[in-house]
Design a protein around this ligand. Structure first.
Ligand code: G4P
Length: 528
């Protein structure tokens, strides 16, 4: 194996997805703990405050004490080089969260064991499922009262439409949560509580070990034996091909807070999740192990440092090795260039890097030439990676400039910000650019947009909130779009590229439109 092949095959690049509060941050931190990247858990927890000191990024980030950016955390674990992509949740949930998933080779879906599948889990799952990437399930918070494990896996299968295969199984729950049963090695792994700040010590025993009844408690032990018998008879086989194609989700149980089950999960997840996978392009699939460097842009962070008006573009390396001194081709503009100040952005620090390999994420300074989805590759090659879809916004406002004299700046600002992918803009039929409908995935994007319009383009705006929550691209229509039969609160609009779309106030209205207009085809994502 060459050095290049060795480096690429040890990389694992994934995103952790969850509904807010299911434990994504805690699990990420514990993975860093087991990878030795942090000595003690608790360090990441304070990040919301610590960020003020280290970040000179957008003013709004400082004001609100939140992260508007998504970053990547890299660490090593037993020979693997792991890149965890941060998918912003909570108030900073945005279209970037979805786009980040385009850069991941797999996803870990964290589910709260007392709540099951929640709203944001569904949305993020859908985006992962669209790409057919492997999705691993970590059922978290077993140290609290949890729902029955069979019910939870059944809910995942029914709600998300993906078969599951428990790789391990919880032993007890709440105060009585003792550990997990590993179905592959057929051994019980039980833990000694440490409070969670440090690694937890684990012991292993055969399921028939006579001392287990005492260690686990008789009731837990008997239930476990029954459960395992049931599982062995009824659950899906662990078919790795199905896992890799996103047709089967391996399930793990644990508690990120107490570390119970975290390491067994990490080890088996790393063994099952694939190294960087080939990506589709205009020239067919691009092999990650090809020596020629290639990458695509999945995120642009504007004006991180206001004084320099710079932008940082985040690239996912898809093949070969990146070298700081190398010349690359920006395919969309046809320009040959050197990437300026390539850096890896770890939770809070930025570090200039000399090299990176397929699977890695790098940030580069962008003089304003890159767009979301662009391809950057070795000048020897010329191809375009498949574009990043546009995701359906869920919040809409109609904006106009307060000062009519500033119409030009208004149009310029709103168009540029939309081109960057920070917002989506829509026009109503027969209207000019005086009033524009802005759509966003997460409401925070409105704040960032308004802030940037004022600070970068000097435009203050009036906004009307709109009650639409759903948007669909019209794939095909049986008639001229303006003749479609629609409910009175459905609106026809067009996007930047003049594609027709419909804005709906409810899912019921979407069904209504489909029923009344035979042949109408609507899409939730727009693929360029
Ligand atoms: P998120 O990133 O998915 O939004 O979730 P996060 O990790 O921030 O966790 C949300 C809350 O759930 C936190 O509590 C966290 O401590 C708790 N939590 C995470 N994993 C577990 C677990 O395995 N067991 C239990 N019992 N709790 C867990 P908080 O009260 O909001 O914050 P804090 O006061 O603990 O800092």
């Amino acid at each position: 194996m060459t050095e290049l092949e060795k480096e690429i095959s040890r990389r694992r690049t994934f995103a952790i997805i969850s509904h807010p509060d299911a434990g994504k941050t805690t699990l990420t931190e514990k993975l860093l703990l087991y990878g030795g990247a942090i000595a003690q858990a608790g360090a990441v927890k304070g990040k919301k405050n610590a960020r003020h000191a280290v970040s000179d990024w957008m003013e709004i980030e400082k004001q609100r004490g939140i992260s508007v950016t998504s970053s990547v955390m890299q660490f090593q674990y037993k020979g693997s080089c792991i890149n965890i992509l941060d998918t912003p949740g909570h108030q900073d949930f945005s279209e970037d969260t979805y786009r980040t998933l385009m850069a991941a080779d797999s996803a870990v879906m964290v589910i709260d064991a007392s709540k099951g599948v929640e709203n944001q889990t569904r949305k993020l799952f859908k985006v992962c499922a669209m790409r057919h990437i492997p999705i691993f399930t970590f059922i978290n918070k077993l140290d609290r009262e949890a729902r029955n494990s069979f019910d939870l896996t059944q809910e995942i299968e029914e709600e998300l439409g993906i078969p599951t295969c428990p790789v391990n199984w919880a032993i007890g729950s709440g105060k009585d949560f003792k550990g997990v049963y590993d179905r592959l090695s057929r051994r019980v792994i039980y833990f000694d509580p440490t409070g969670g700040a440090h690694k937890v010590s684990a012991s292993k025993a055969d399921l028939n070990d006579p001392s287990l009844s005492e260690i686990l408690g008789e009731e837990n032990y008997l239930t476990l034996k029954d459960d395992i018998e049931l599982l062995d008879g009824a659950s899906e086989e662990l078919d790795l091909d199905a896992v890799h194609e996103g047709r089967l989700s391996p399930v793990f149980f644990g508690s990120a807070l107490t570390n119970f089950g975290v390491e067994p999960f990490l080890e088996q997840f790393l063994a099952m999740t694939p190294p960087p996978m080939p990506r589709s392009s205009s020239e067919g699939e691009i092999d990650p192990f090809s020596p020629d460097f290639s990458a695509f842009v999945f995120k642009i962070q504007a004006n991180m440092n206001k004084a320099h008006r710079d932008r940082i573009t985040f690239l996912r390396v898809c093949s070969g090795r990146f070298d700081r001194e190398m010349d690359v081709l920006h395919v969309q503009s046809g320009k040959k260039m050197r990437l300026s100040q390539p850096q890896q952005i770890m939770a809070q620090e930025r570090e200039i890097i000399d090299e990176a390999y397929a699977g890695d994420i790098i940030g580069v300074f962008d003089p304003g030439i890159f767009s979301i989805g662009d391809t950057i590759c070795s000048p020897k090659k010329k191809f375009k990676f498949e574009g990043i879809p546009t995701f359906a916004p869920e919040h809409f406002k109609r904006y106009r400039s307060k000062d009519t004299m500033k119409r030009k700046q208004f149009v310029k600002g709103i168009t540029q910000i939309a081109q960057e992918g920070a917002i989506q803009i829509f026009r109503e039929p027969f209207t000019g650019m005086e009033e524009i409908i802005v759509g966003v995935v997460g409401a925070l994007q409105f704040d960032v947009f308004e802030y940037r319009m004022k600070n970068e383009y000097g435009v203050e705006m009036n906004a009307d909130g709109l009650s639409y929550s759903f948007i669909r691209w019209i794939e095909s229509s049986p008639c001229d779009c303006k003749d479609l039969k629609l409910s009175s609160d459905t609106k026809l609009v067009s996007d930047l590229k003049d594609n027709p779309l419909l804005l709906f106030t409810s899912e019921w209205n979407i069904r209504w439109a489909l029923e009344r207009n035979e042949g109408l085809k609507l899409e939730e994502f727009s693929k360029e």
